[in-house]
Design a protein around this ligand. Structure first.
Ligand SMILES: Cc1cc2nc3c(=O)[nH]c(=O)nc-3n(C[C@H](O)[C@H](O)[C@H](O)COP(=O)(O)O)c2cc1C
Length: 367
């Protein structure tokens, strides 16, 4: 898979999840493998130009975190162009433009999904960015504002004409939020609308089989995974192998899940320091635990962790407590296995909806 001049290891992408796709998480996903390109959380173009510490923390990276796209949002063409130059100078491999954010605060100033309602203006803004930088510029959008305004095919065509390197399409409308079903036919219409531009499908891919279905039914060039990566950081590795060989690799073992949980924790300490890192990790650890089987004893204590040491104690105690649910070989008894995740577009009516990842308030209050 190529993105303009950039050769990627796979056609699988990590979608931006504000508050979650920070440097430690990206490193975790990359160390496991299978991902072609990761993207930062959305970054306010103006905040970057004003050199705000929070904006610079969001674009913090290191050599192992490569290739990396920085996602910008904003609606003032000069600010977006200048922010693109800042991002390029800091070594990003690509720039992604947020055109899908449904949050009122972003749309009210003409950013996020409001960009999908003003095609000429948006194309002009993007043209200015493409002309200013040498690295590829991509755009991330929803299918449109609502079902009566499915503007993604027209917008994709307009952006292809001004030189974007790829389009990411979340197969829902702004009005849908995260409800209902991802519309694969809608993504296919975007693929059909462009000439040679790679269209990357996105939405609800939580298993390798769902990624395969999205590729097959939409004709998209790649798949971008957000929440699915947070539920399961192994999804890229397993999907890459499944798509390549047709054989579904086994799920990671419990000890591998615990190892990666610990690695993620260590990286959070390195990047955010012990106090903030522990506080942030309290909302991350329970996501790993969802695949552990019985986990309330872990969740109850991990949400109070304030030091590295406490984290180790909580983990050790949990490992002891969990033994009661194991068979003589140390495997979880079948009745305690967690329920499998199912994408909206692969779902039988009885399947449970995907677990909700809360949109963070505070530093990234726009998502
Ligand atoms: C908590 C959260 C934060 C998000 N932050 C961003 C963001 O910063 N930029 C963006 O373009 N999309 C953002 N999204 C949308 C995702 O990138 C993605 O398009 C959407 O979640 C559907 O894909 P998924 O089902 O694979 O998660 C966010 C979604 C969630 C749930």
């Amino acid at each position: 898979m190529r993105l303009g001049p950039l050769q990627l290891e796979s056609n699988l992408f990590l979608s931006p999840l504000a508050g979650y796709t920070n440097l430690p998480f990206r490193l975790v996903v990359r160390e496991i493998g299978g991902v072609g390109l990761c993207t930062t959380d959305l970054v306010n173009a103006r905040s970057l130009l004003e050199k705000r510490a929070k904006a610079f923390k969001l674009v913090e990276t290191r050599p192992a975190d490569s290739p990396l796209a920085v996602q910008l949002f904003g609606s003032v063409p000069e600010e977006m162009r200048d922010a693109a130059l800042v991002v390029e100078a800091r070594g990003a491999a690509a720039i992604d433009i947020n055109m899908g954010c449904p949050v009122r605060k972003v749309c009210n100033v003409g950013g996020g999904s409001a960009m999908m309602t003003a095609l000429d203006q948006t194309a002009a803004l993007v043209k200015g960015m493409v002309a200013a930088v040498k690295i590829p510029v991509t755009a991330k959008m929803r299918l449109g504002w609502d079902d009566d305004n499915l503007t993604a095919p027209d917008l994709a065509r307009a952006l292809e004409d001004v030189g974007v390197a790829a389009i990411f399409v979340h197969g829902r409308t702004r009005e849908q939020g995260f409800g209902g079903t991802v519309n694969l036919a809608g993504i296919r219409q975007v693929v059909a609308a462009v000439k040679t531009l790679p269209v990357i499908g996105n939405g609800d891919v939580v298993t390798p089989q769902a990624a395969r279905k999205m590729l097959d039914e939409t004709g998209c060039a790649g798949v971008s995974i957000g929440r699915g990566a947070f539920y399961d950081p192994w999804i890229f590795k397993r999907t890459a192998e499944f798509v390549r060989t047709g054989d579904l690799p086994p799920e990671p073992s419990f000890s591998e899940r615990v190892r990666v949980l610990g690695r993620h924790f260590d990286l959070m300490m390195e990047v955010f320091g012990e106090e903030l890192g522990c506080r942030m990790f309290r909302k991350i650890a329970p996501w790993y635990a969802k695949r552990f089987g019985p986990c309330h004893e872990f969740n109850k204590h991990v949400v109070h962790v304030t030091t590295r040491e406490q984290f180790q104690v909580v983990l050790e105690n949990y490992l002891g407590w969990r033994r009661q649910f194991l068979d003589e070989h140390g495997e979880l008894l079948p009745r305690f296995q967690p329920a499998p995740l199912v994408a909206s577009f692969m779902r039988e009516s009885s399947a449970p909806p995907l677990p909700h990842i809360p949109v963070p308030k505070g530093p990234v209050e726009v998502w």
